[in-house]
Write a protein of this length. Sequence first.
Lengths: 318, 306, 388
Amino acid sequence: MRLMGRDLVALLLFAGFAAVPLLANLLQDPFLLVIATRMLAFAIAAMGLDLVLGYGALVSFGHAAYLGIGAYAVTILMRLGVYDIGLHLLAGIAAAVVFAVGTGAVSLRTRGVYFIMITLAFSQMAYFFFVSFSALGGDDGASLPQRSTLFGHDLLENDLWLFWLALGLLIGLFLVCRAIVGSRFGRVLCGARENPQRMQAIGFVPFGYQLTAYVISGAITSIAGVLLANQAEFVSPALMNWHRSGELIVMVVLGGIGTLSGAIAGAVLALLLEETLAGFTQYWKLWFGLFLVGIVLFAPGGVQGLVARIKLQIGSRR
Amino acid sequence: MTNLFLLQLLNGAQLGVLLFLIAAGLTLIFGIMDFINLAHGVLYMVGAYVMASFAMLTGSFWLALGLTVPAMLICGLLLEFTVFRALYARSHLDQVLATFGLVLVISEGVKILWGSAPLTVPMPDLLSGSVGLIGPLKYPVYRLAILVVGLASALGLYVLITQTRIGMLLRAGASNREMVSALGVNVGRLFAMVFAFGAMLAGFAGAIVAPILSVDTGMGESVLILAFVVIVIGGIGSIRGAFMGALLVGVVDTMGRSFGPIVLRMIMEPAAAGQLGRTLAPMLVYILMAAILFARPAGLFGRRAE
Amino acid sequence: MKRMSFVIAALLASTSISALPALAEGVKVGLMFTLSGPAAALGEQGRNGFQLAVAQMGGLGGMPAEVVVVDDEQKPDIAANKARELVERDNVDFVVGPIFSNILMAIHKPVTDAGKFLISPNAGTSNFAGADCNPNFFVTSYQNDQSHQVMGAYAQSQGFQNVFLMAPNYQAGKDSLNGFKRSYTGGVVAEVFTPLGQLDFSAELAQIAAYQPDAVFTFMPGGMGVNLVKQYRQAGLENIPFLSAFTVDESTLPGQKDAALGFLAGANWAPDIDVPESKAFVAAYEAAYGAVPGSYAMQAYDAAQLIDSALRKVGGDMSNADALRSALEAAEFKSLRGKFAFGNNHYPIQNFYLTQAIKRDDGKYQTSIVQTIFEDYQDTYAADCKMK
């Protein structure tokens, strides 16, 4: 596997993350770890989405449902007395797979904007299901009694441990995604994105590949949900709001779609923007929205596209 | 029970007609310009806010309404010129993103201009109060008025689309944009008109609903998703589909929420029926949409395009 | 590429610089209210009430007070995160808030786990009054059920036989109807839970019209209440008595206007209560903010007074949490309600009244006390609380 430019970006991002605990210590601001953990969780979610959105060109407007599925898996298992994070992750993935297979099979029969709408519809159904589930708090959500246990110990109660777990998961899942994208499966997926008829002509049925990619994508995003539940120690259906799905899409596009590292960068950038803007004005959403419109109008391809264009400019001027 | 049924049928139709006003613009924009406009919901909201302001300024409902409609038309033209024009050629994803950003900008902008407290618009005296229907049943006159106005608009749009030259251009543009342009029609101007018209319809819907709902910054959201469901059910680009879809969604949503638990109580015990009813009711519309898309992946009246 | 990670590091660093170290001499309070969305008016009242008190007292406990205002956007998940930020990053000494009960459920753990005092000037859920009571949690408003029990008692006294109940589907909504049914033993023709935030009540009003009950009791705070009352009047149902709590009050009356006149509600205070401090407060509030204060503002004002009195009692020394807690429990301040004391569960013991919506001579709307329903009323969950 060749080491591409985008891998360098990923490496730099991981290094940047690894430096956060040091930075937090230097600046005496343990809260940096909390923000960074959130960024890691959303980076995982965005990466999962990028798998279908960037590589499969399937705009899923309902990916936030998987965040909720992962988070609620933790809640339900804790209610049943199961606290191990390994089991939480497995349950989250299993539930996500079931949901993705069911909804994916129906959604993938449609194209274009119909696909967007039907994925939105399914995530709304999940949202309303958990809203009506009063045993789990319904719309109010539920506080978790504690964080998940690691190897039977309350290690994750420490923000630092949770941070390292999240970073480890991000790196691990990045490698997994990279392997998928670089494999034959990934190439068929890209082929189906470019020209489905041609793929069918040479004997590949796009549906199976797209469904598999969709399921894997959902499973990855549910892992992010498990992390978020642990970070906030609070779970609510608001996690599955369609706004959240839109934010995930924003993160992926911001960094540059179809490059896994772009999804990570996009998540970091989006959350960073949120934090800094919110510090300046209570109307930060206005500026964030303007930024989004600006990105679409003037920097398609997200940050990576922008950087590439700048590089091109610099290169052509020599 | 029949009283409740009749009332809910009327309420469902009223909701449907309101959804139609919003969905009609959305489906036109979508069908003709192939443009996903997530910002349509905030246009509805802005219409309500503008209406509230004019109502406060002039003190008259009718005057305010008369001012709001052209104001929304201008608003639509402005938006089209500044932002949307650049997005027609872009992918759906870019359009989703840009309009998502626009939703944030306009929502916050409304909060800055008007504050975050909900506003009220006074009901016109002519249309206040309620009429007796059957027995003790009374229905608000204003809601009946909305029903009438909505149906009239539907009829008007139908006539516009099928009987006029503009309508012919719109239908042609929806089928084959390049050909229409090649035939010498100023497609850019056509698009601007369609967008402004759609914005005006959405704003008008917001304005007429203002007296019965409080005007606040969240009102666009709930209506946006339902409007999208409507046009997906009806088929994108089809006004007839938008009308059928809107009525279907309006009635199913309203009836489902009130009769769902009642029907369920016939087959299971009240506590479980209540819980299941509360769970299923808001999902009904989405289940309906999924079912329709499963059977007809392009909606009821949609073209099997792309 | 390198440029980007540097930018990221710099931005990350800058986020921490915004957190200034707390003043060595002074108290820091975090206010968490709903300041956006349909219920923004309630949060604004709470914030205004608290800030008015701090301005009038020139600080809290004789010390300079830094007040950090945070908007929970009526979203529990956002509130949970922001509460964490308040206690971990901003290092506040007290958190005052929230308005809504579901927000309270979300922020209670982060704040109390961090060892800070949480003072709720509005939400008072039953669980924290009973089995889950917490030494760091105080309530200056009421226990959610109480105002509803007031209306239940009233309905019972009026001899109503079948009442239609309606509330939003969340903890406070359920507490509300449970509270009503505790003192009302007559028949209930229907018990309807609407989605939280629903603004179109055509479906529910149709049911009411069909059932024609003796009375309707509802709990619909904020924008929901504004819509419900307006639509109720438009549907021609005003001949059916409209009983409520927190649905027809100073936060919703400006929106409801004449549609709410004569509607009855249960409350622990009204702007025309015969307490001199309250009259001064109402006048000051109207002068400062141009609107009639409601219970949300009053309770937040009392929360400020509570903190002030406790800090004075410990001489400004916040290092001894137990001493500070005892000082808070003593509640030695002049409440705007007149009589005020804490029960063992840190929830108030106070009077409750029947109020009616009226229009003043200057055109503004307010609630007015009709009669006292309960005196020195303690909530029903206090016995379940293990605290002394």
